[in-house]
Write a protein that binds this ligand. Structure first.
Ligand code: ASP
Ligand code: MG
Length: 417
């Protein structure tokens, strides 16, 4: 029988009524002839509470114990869903990460999956028609046998990993939105739901601010070619016509996408800060002196703009970091002033990064140039620009975020008719 992974996020399992609704969705797929593995998140708000308790217990706490605490949220949901499914006459069994096992590396609180064994799940599909209900977000460190977690939002990654391990036809991500939109519909009411989006595009959108799924889950989907379908859990199972494709967005290989747009989506992020270092020495080794210490401090540098100096001596260098790291980044640069050699640092925190994404950009020239013109017409000043094969980003004053997003959304023909 074909296999399916169904993943339900925190809002979809927020209370017992919703868990019952989830169970009916599971039954619908079992009745349709699928072998099903369900991956669940903690009930909404639970993980936040667990994290807060760890902090209250001790501001600086052992990451292994943090994982021991925060992994419990998913365990509750998995057990409850298994109970409800059994009550509906479905053979179901819950699984924690260590029971599969889902093995990870040692990076507690943001562990990476090292391997996962789907054999036992498959055996039980075949011999007992048993539905597996798996606690997302958690795993087991392969050497120490300690419980690990995969970072916030990590149940998405668990789900895609399980789908790869059991060779699922699809990984359905049930969430509180009915798919991936061309941009955030709260900012642009004319945003459209995408029927399909390529892994690479989705990876860029998620990295650049679209908060649909954990970035790592899309990476994993791309590597193992797991088709991921984002759909709403709030649709009543009874209202779904099994013969029709339900509303949602398929994240898949680009070869599955027939009608290619040049730009697929507009992403934005206000969690950006800009740092400009004025009158930096223009000589070999300076970039290394700046970015070396930042990377050692685990500060993620994103856009980098450096000019060729006019006088051969000094130049300005601008880059962006996550706002949360702004103070730390400035302090790091000040500490390295001796080696870098510069006049002063200027910073700005009220900036936003707006990005346009689309694999069609590979074969179309002048896509970014159109945006620069359109933004200029709206009097929006661009502070920095970066481009890659399938996206470009501009850094602007945060106050213009909404206007810029709307402008680019219409410019590239993404508005709903
Ligand atoms: N419960 C975890 C979190 O809130 C993992 C997840 O829901 O994906 O981050
Ligand atoms: Mg989530």
């Amino acid at each position: 029988m074909p296999r399916l992974v169904m993943k339900f996020g925190g809002t979809s399992v927020a209370d017992l009524d919703r868990i019952r609704n989830v169970a009916r969705h599971v039954k619908r797929e079992v009745d349709a002839g699928y072998d099903v593995a369900v991956v669940v998140s903690a009930m909404s708000g639970v993980t936040n509470q667990l994290v807060a308790w760890c902090r209250d217990a001790a501001v600086l706490h052992d990451a292994r114990e943090y994982d021991a605490v925060v992994a419990t949220g998913e365990e509750v949901t998995a057990g409850l869903l298994a109970i409800v499914l059994q009550g509906m006459g479905i053979n179901a069994r819950s699984w924690q990460g260590w029971q599969l096992p889902l093995l990870t590396d040692n990076a507690h609180a943001s562990a990476r999956i090292a391997g996962i064994n789907g054999d036992e799940l498959i055996r039980r599909f075949k011999e007992h028609n048993q539905v597996a209900v798996i606690a997302g977000f958690q795993g087991l460190h392969k050497d120490t046998n300690r419980i690990t977690t995969l970072g916030r939002g990590g149940s998405d990654t668990s789900a895609v990993a399980v789908a790869a391990a059991i060779g699922a036809e699809r990984c359905d991500i049930y969430t509180d939105v009915d798919g991936v939109y061309t941009t955030d519909p709260r900012v642009v009411p004319k945003a459209r739901r995408l029927d399909k989006v390529a892994f690479e595009e989705m990876l860029e959108m998620a990295s650049l601010g679209a908060k649909v799924m954990q970035v790592r889950s899309i990476e994993l989907g791309m590597v193992h070619n797991v088709r991921i379908f984002v759909r709403s859990s709030f649709v009543k199972p009874e209202d779904i016509d099994p013969k029709q494709t339900p509303p949602g967005t398929l994240i898949c290989d680009e070869s599955e996408i027939m009608e290619q747009q040049v730009v697929t989506g507009i992403a934005f992020s206000k969690d950006e800060a800009q740092i400009s270092i004025r009158a930096v020495q223009d000589k070999p080794g300076v970039a290394a002196a700046i970015f070396g210490p930042l990377s050692e401090g685990n500060i993620n540098v994103d856009m980098i703009v450096q000019n060729v100096s006019g006088d051969g001596k000094t130049t300005d260098l601008t880059f962006t970091v996550p706002s949360a790291d702004f103070d730390r980044a400035k302090a790091t640069i000040e500490k390295a002033k001796g080696e870098i050699g510069y006049a002063r640092i200027d910073g700005a925190q009220d900036v936003a990064k707006i990005s346009a994404i689309g694999i069609g950009m590979r074969s179309h020239a002048g896509v970014a140039a159109e945006a620069f013109k359109a933004l200029a017409e709206k009097n929006i000043n661009i502070r920095a620009i970066t481009t890659s094969e399938i996206k470009f980003s501009v850094l602007i004053d945060a106050a213009y975020t909404e206007l810029a997003v709307r402008t680019l959304h219409s410019l590239y023909g993404l508005d709903k008719a």
